[in-house]
Design a protein around this ligand. Sequence first.
Ligand code: G3I
Length: 470
Amino acid sequence: MTPDAASANQSARAVALRLSAATLAIAIAALGATLTPSRAGAQEATVQRPNVSHQRVVTKPPSEVSWRFTTRNLRQIKLRLRSARCSSRAELILDGRSLERVAVPKGRKTIGVKAFRDPGTHKLQLSVRPGGACRRARVTVYPPQIKEWIPIGAAIWSRHLSADPAFGDLVANEFDFVVPENDMKWAYLQPRRGVFDFTLGDRVVDFARSRGIDVGMGHVLVWHVQNPGWLWQRDPANPDATNPWTREELIEVMREHITTVVRHYRGAVPEWDVVNEAITENGSYRKNIWYRVIGPDYIELAFRFAHQADPDARLYYNDYGTETANNPHSDAVYRLLSELRAKGVPVHGVGFQTHVFPHLTGVPTAEAVSANFRRYADLGLRLQITELDVAIPGSMPKTPAAYEFQAGIYRDVARACQRQPACERFTTWGATDRYSWLTKSAAGLPFDPQLQPKPAWTAILDVLRPRGRP
Ligand code: G3I
């Protein structure tokens, strides 16, 4: 062998050695897989596996595999490992926080962890190191199975919580989250100009926290109802207004309210109904105080103010009568959201109130709702059923058949949400007919006035919680 050839041979061995060392060191850190939610979209849906299995050789220091995945609501992670020559130790880290540390004996091990997280993209990391006296372990890490779910929530009014403990128990025992039916409306939060009172809204948040359930959508930042008298006093539509609001003044009033409220609830309220019912049933802008004084761009401004106040909050437009397409109201809301998205306004989702009056609104079938949901999802929006109730028509006797008819509508709406991967939450506007904005005879909610479940509740659970409450 010539000196040149010998030297070349040595270099080749050195490179080979360095390569195998490098393999040991970098193999785990490589490959982050992006997983997308399953189209099946059921509560038990599993995020699709990438069709690779990650084979990793582990040495000291610990090595790491990571994945990114998007779910509507994360519920459980299952991960399978095989430790070949020796035992190993593994730590599962989700969004930067340690979830679980496990010893992996030589052989196979499945890690199953309940991990509830809001909708969005998450980062999962697995850190592996040799266990016990082992200097080296050969570990195969299989792609994780991610299970997601659709939480079921109820609107509640704080006054009922204090007056009726059985009602609070029902909500905490049966529902996954609550939203404020009235307590976060302007009239309560800012009863006098510049004077904020969070007492009632805080009660809803405190109730949820103390009972281990979540808070869903904050309701509502900009609406035309339940506003304080001082707004009306200077409304140009008020014949007694002596000094009507100017556009600049009302923008500032709106900015101050949104900023103060959203900042107060930052970290406690993950998403907001920012603008509610801005479109009328004939498809035109609702001529509310905001529109009359500021103009149609109050909508865009409201979203921008909310986003500035809490960049992490998911921001929704919410309306009624929009759950199916091909009516002027629904189609105008769709156009509005298309325009807002095209302009880059920070609107992240659309809420479908879904107050069903079968004799007036007709009956929304799962197919019609699904088709409508698809077009909104195609805009890149998140979706929610925000205020579902189904009034039993006054002409219909309250027989078991009537309750089954009602349950069928609840089932269909739940199915449409379950089938659409962008549909993240399912909220009924109240829990029980004991407290409902509908008359008692409309009996529109899933629990009766005695707090007993009606067929509507069974229908919801059949679709959204086929394996019981997680
Ligand atoms: O303000 C008075 C109060 O001073 C008095 O003590 C009380 C006596 O009952 O009445 C109070 O007004 C009531 C108000 O809630 C509370 O601020 C109204 O009578 C009552 O009709 C009103 O109803 C609420 C309604 O919004 C207001 O329009 C309902 O509880 C609430 O379920 C309903 O919710 C709306 C959503 O916010 C938006 N989408 C439609 C949905 C149903 O209408």
